[in-house]
Design a protein around this ligand. Structure first.
Ligand SMILES: NC(=O)C1=CN([C@@H]2O[C@H](COP(=O)(O)OP(=O)(O)OC[C@H]3O[C@@H](n4cnc5c(N)ncnc54)[C@H](OP(=O)(O)O)[C@@H]3O)[C@@H](O)[C@H]2O)C=CC1
Ligand SMILES: N[C@@H](CC=O)C(=O)O
Length: 434
């Protein structure tokens, strides 16, 4: 990079791209004071250049729908990919890296699927591939793991990593909103992915967790092996029961390292209402880390939205603009990371919440307790609610620690009983102090 001006080629002027353009305009002098140079978006790639856009008044951005207007322009110092998706984004990022240009992206889906290849390509061409915005919006977790905590081995990382899912669960809990209305609001506010099933089925949090495992453990965890549950099965009844027991239901992403093996997954969990994660509401995200030297650390902030995410994108741009040496993109010496050593998910142990829908007959509670006992699942609490005669009733069990394989086997066996009126609902319970 040379010259007085840093010229960006931006792909995507949606929620995040527009957020970046706004910060570049409002903080232009501040950015120049830090870098000694100005930063401007020269060209932006969009699907529809004629669309009306909410850009800063003085923005002088050339709009195009031709990816070659970015790849073929030698004046562009950094290519910023904020369009999402995997095909054109892959073409743009690989083309830019091959041409020796730095890239900044917020595209966790692409990095979770093809990160190893893209980081190797960046290393081969000695350029930077910045991705701060791809995990937890405005929270500077990538820099924290690569630099601030570089000397630590991270034993446990627990996060609320999807703003949309957390917003939906918070709205259902605090305002009694139904799932679809809450999702619609998250879309209007610009939190959701273009395909919101990624948010509500847990895949967006899974993409972010794969990137966090790379940063925290230097290992390549295949997405296809990560156990992932979303929030579509969270029922208002379970939110109310959880509240009675003193919990909130959250979508949790977690990786724990024990005896050299990684136990990782995305799952719904009951989290103590008064705990740190229990108080993370709306589109906010939080990440709790336990480093072997530093001990516990928590990062908290807005996990989605235009300005918070734009802030993280700009941090990468400024870092690349300042940094003369070849950036260390993965945070490790090797650009191609080794395959993760994985603890089989069926062996993972945790506490559990079950809601059985049962016909109100004598002996039902004893039958359920019997199956749980045979599978080494010890009961901590039971609650049964009454209902009009003849209708099914919910019975909630909270357990002590049990292995996932025993839990799955018990649910299968109980759901086959004649007294079960609907499939059993099941959530994990997160251990303190998270
Ligand atoms: N929204 C958020 O809070 C966050 C998003 N991200 C990530 O940032 C990226 C962008 O997200 P977001 O801003 O919400 O997305 P939007 O859907 O709001 O914007 C996407 C932009 O990319 C353009 N675009 C999409 N596909 C193409 C294509 N094939 N060719 C040319 N232009 C295209 C669109 O053009 P047009 O305007 O003409 O339709 C639009 O300007 C995604 O990877 C997302 O996962 C990361 C963190 C937070
Ligand atoms: N859809 C994502 C956006 C940020 O990554 C979310 O809701 O967290």
């Amino acid at each position: 990079m040379s010259g007085e001006l840093i010229r960006l080629g931006l792909a995507g002027l949606g929620t995040v791209g527009t957020g970046l353009a706004k910060i570049l305009a409002s903080n232009a002098d501040w950015i120049e004071r830090r870098l000694g140079r100005r930063v401007e978006i020269k060209t932006a790639l969009v699907r529809d250049p004629s669309k009306k856009r909410d850009l800063p008044e003085n923005a002088d951005i050339r709009l195009t729908s031709d990816v070659q207007d970015l790849l073929g322009d030698p004046e562009l110092d950094i290519i910023v990919e904020l369009m999402g998706g995997q095909d054109t984004a892959y073409e743009l990022i690989t083309g830019a890296l091959r041409s020796g240009r730095h890239v900044v992206t917020a595209n966790k889906a692409l990095l979770a699927h093809q990160g190893n290849e893209l980081f190797a390509l960046a290393a081969e061409n000695q350029v930077g591939l910045g991705y701060e915005a791809s995990i937890a919006g405005g929270i500077p977790i990538v820099q924290t793991l690569k630099e601030g905590l570089a000397g630590n081995q991270i034993k446990v990382l627990t996060g609320i990593l999807n703003g949309t899912a957390n917003f939906i669960l918070s709205e259902m809990t605090s305002r009694g909103l139904d799932f679809q209305s809450a999702l619609h609001q998250a879309q209007v506010k610009g939190y959701a992915e273009a395909d919101p099933t990624l948010d509500i089925e847990g895949m967006d949090a899974a993409h972010k967790l794969i990137l966090l495992i790379r940063l925290a453990h230097g290992q390549d965890y295949p997405l296809s092996r990560l156990p992932v549950t979303g929030i579509t099965h969270v029922d208002p009844q379970d939110i109310a029961f959880a509240d009675e027991f003193g919990y909130r239901i959250k979508l949790i992403a977690q990786v724990r390292e024990t005896n050299g093996l990684l136990d990782a997954g995305v799952f719904t969990a009951l989290v103590r209402r008064e705990s740190i994660l229990g108080k993370v509401d709306g589109a906010f995200n939080a990440i709790l880390l336990d480093g072997d030297a530093v001990g516990p650390i928590m990062l908290y902030g807005q996990g989605a939205g235009d300005l918070p995410t734009g802030s993280a994108v700009l941090a990468d741009i400024m870092n690349l603009a300042r940094n003369g040496r070849t950036p260390n993109n993965t945070g490790f010496q090797n650009a191609m990371l080794p395959m993760a050593s994985i603890l089989a998910p069926e062996l993972v142990s945790s506490r559990h919440y079950f809601r059985f829908s049962v016909l109100d007959r004598p002996g039902v509670l004893a039958s359920i307790a019997g199956v749980l006992g045979q599978r080494n699942i010890s009961i901590a609490q039971v609650v049964q609610k009454g209902s009009p005669a003849g209708r099914s009733v919910p019975v909630v069990f909270v357990t002590h620690k049990a292995q996932a394989q025993d839990v799955q086997a018990a649910i299968r066996e109980i759901d086959n009983q004649s007294f079960i009126a609907a499939p059993t609902v099941h959530h994990r319970i997160l251990s303190s102090p998270a």
